[in-house]
Design a protein around this ligand. Structure first.
Ligand code: ZN
Length: 197
């Protein structure tokens, strides 16, 4: 748990009130000893700093699902044609989403990111965990309910893989506690029946 969030901080820039990229620092440290790492950013804003840091890194896969930058911060990155640098082709995956996106479409986009993240063969999966896709969040980006976080938590809880959570955004103080609690309980105690998700 950390404040401020970190995913807008790149190799030589800060942004969006972030200065140190906590998820990237963790990914680099883990990658140095374990090798392949995958990182999925579910904050409502594109993780432009994280993408920048790992753009040419063949060991770290990065996926982000977020409100489309066509009309939303950070505006310049996060489009689907950004797929990684020459040294790391197809190791970046962006899923820009429209403002109307609700739970079902978001979870489908998350599952696409997760499938690609697992295909990379990571030793650890890092989640840049933003709660600002909630419809109630003042970021006003997407239309998620707490239920989406429960389902994503369940999916992550069923993985036979270490999962590291790094806090990113989330600014609706009225719903943040419920969303975080629901997500963490689902992750730590997923139901046995995958059909439930
Ligand atoms: Zn955010």
């Amino acid at each position: 748990m950390c404040r401020p969030s970190g995913h807008h901080a790149g190799r030589d820039f800060g942004g969006g009130a972030t200065y140190l990229n906590n998820s990237a620092i963790a990914a680099r440290a883990l990658s140095a000893t374990l090798g392949r790492i995958s990182l999925i950013d579910i904050d409502v804003h594109h993780g432009n700093g994280t993408q920048d840091i790992f753009w040419e890194d063949p060991l770290v896969f990065f996926a982000s699902l977020h409100r489309s930058p066509a009309d939303y911060y950070p505006h310049l990155t996060g489009f689907s044609d950004e797929t990684g640098g020459r040294s790391a082709p197809r190791l970046t995956l962006n899923q820009p989403l429209s403002a109307e996106t609700g739970d079902a479409a978001y979870i489908a986009a998350f599952n696409t990111c997760l499938e690609a993240a697992l295909y990379h063969g990571p030793e650890v999966l890092i989640i840049s965990l933003g709660f600002d896709p909630l419809a109630s969040d003042p970021a006003r980006g997407l239309q998620l309910t707490v239920e989406a976080f429960r389902k994503i938590g369940e999916t992550l809880g069923r993985l036979d893989l270490p999962v590291l959570l790094i806090q990113e955004g989330g600014y609706d103080l009225m719903s943040l506690e419920k969303a975080a609690t629901t997500f963490l309980l689902a992750l730590s105690q997923p139901p046995n029946d995958p059909a439930c998700s």
